[in-house]
Design a protein around this ligand. Structure first.
Ligand SMILES: Cc1ncc(COP(=O)(O)O)c(C=O)c1O
Length: 408
């Protein structure tokens, strides 16, 4: 049996079968390229579902990780180390939210925010303000709390009962948002661009309604920036495009460019209602993860200084290539009736098809391009932020041929 065959056979016997994998064994990466066990190259327009934002095999990041691994990886949150404060300060300058709680994944960042929202009202002596409002098509993770504010019934139903008191509203319906927020609502949680739900940016009207209603009622606003944040759309955070002033923000994915790390960013008025023991995690904010994340943010923003984002760094590159990516995808829509719409901003893009996206994903893989299917009919693309125009043209060329094939 080939090496690839052995890998797949061993997994089939021993790994819990919660993922449907594509039949490739990836072993190495270089920039926007991945290589499989047989040495075949793939253009990576998914980057580990929006994670490897600096590209694969990044020498600078690898050096930082190696150096820190040789020095000290982890000590727990019982002691100080040099990097948590620096990373928190950098995130504070970028987001305007003064404090950070570090964790190890996106879903943990969401869990933290849900807890902090409830704690805020509890600390203030407001009884019963414990409910959440979330959006149809929203995805915020798969642990119990995060799943409770995730819309897809397919993910939710087998695990009921989830945490009670979550109301879902349509992101096309301002009136239902207004009606859903009551004196019992602790927080509204929303992705500025819904990723898993099909790369759906909130409309300007709905985004403005969220800002208006949360402000009027004092309801906390949690912006889930795990997929759209940290420069993917050309903004440090996409909520900034809406002029939101969220009380809590989740980050993950891009933050470590592959090193597992997440954070809940917390505005000072919420942070002041949290106390030692309220939340914690053994690994959260360890030296390896926070030093790597500091390096990633330095590359993304073009500066080590804790300062508001000024247009430079790798995010500056996203600002240049992002609109061109959008134009190229619009070209696909013009040429292929099977493409219904082009969605997204910057290097977070979706092709909404009139048919199931799976055959497109499989044919693209066979042609050497990694993309994925989400919300059934959407081909999702989340390339590394370092993606070049040549990469984009190559990917669009492959999709052009694949779309012609699936339509014939
Ligand atoms: C918007 C959003 N929130 C939360 C999550 C959960 O993050 P993780 O998979 O790192 O737990 C994701 C993951 O896709 C996401 O896109």
């Amino acid at each position: 049996m080939s090496d690839s065959g052995q890998v797949q056979e061993l997994e089939a016997r021993h790994v819990l079968q919660t993922y449907k994998r594509q039949p490739v064994v990836l072993t190495r990466g270089e920039g926007t390229r991945l290589f499989d066990a047989d040495g075949r190259a793939y253009l990576d327009f998914l980057s580990g579902i929006g994670v490897a934002v600096l590209g694969h095999g990044h020498r600078g990041l690898a050096d930082v990780i190696a150096d820190q691994a040789r020095t000290l990886i982890h000590t727990s949150n019982l002691y100080y180390h040099p990097f948590q404060g620096r990373l928190a300060a950098k995130l504070a300058a970028l987001s305007g939210l003064q404090r950070a709680f570090f964790c190890n994944s996106g879903t943990e960042a969401v869990e933290a925010c849900l807890k902090f929202a409830r704690r805020y009202w509890f600390s203030r002596g407001v009884a019963g303000r414990t409910r959440f409002v979330a959006l149809d098509h929203g995805f915020s993770g798969r642990t119990m709390g995060a799943l409770s504010v995730t819309a897809n019934p397919h993910y939710r139903e087998p695990f009921a009962p989830l945490i009670p008191g979550v109301t879902f509203v349509s992101p096309d319906d301002v009136a239902s948002l207004e009606a859903a927020i009551t004196e019992e609502t602790a927080a509204v949680i929303a992705e500025p661009i819904q990723g898993e739900g099909g790369v759906r940016p909130l409309s300007a009207e709905f985004a403005a309604a969220i800002a208006r209603v949360t402000k009027r009622t004092g309801t906390l606003l949690i912006a889930d920036e795990i997929q759209c944040g940290l420069g993917r759309t050309g903004h440090a955070f996409h909520y900034q495009a809406f002029g939101w002033k969220p009380d809590l923000v989740t980050v993950g994915k891009a933050l470590g460019s592959g090193v597992p790390v997440g954070a809940a960013l917390v505005a000072e008025h919420v942070a002041s209602q949290m106390f030692p023991g309220d939340h914690g995690t053994t690994y959260g904010g360890n030296l390896l993860a926070t030093r790597a994340a500091l390096y990633v943010l330095e590359q993304l923003t073009g500066t080590a200084a804790p300062a508001p984002y000024d247009g430079g760094g790798v995010i500056g590159h996203v600002r240049e290539v992002g609109p061109l990516f959008g134009e190229r995808l619009e070209g696909l829509r013009a040429r292929h009736a099977v493409v219904q719409s082009v969605r997204g901003v910057g290097v977070m893009r979706g092709l909404e098809l009139t048919i199931d996206a799976q055959p497109v994903v499989e044919k693209a893989l066979a042609a050497g391009l990694l993309v994925n299917r989400t919300a059934e009919r959407v081909v999702r693309m989340l390339p590394p932020f370092t993606v070049t125009l040549e990469d984009i043209d190559q990917a669009v060329g492959i999709l052009d041929r694949v779309l012609a094939e699936v339509a014939s």
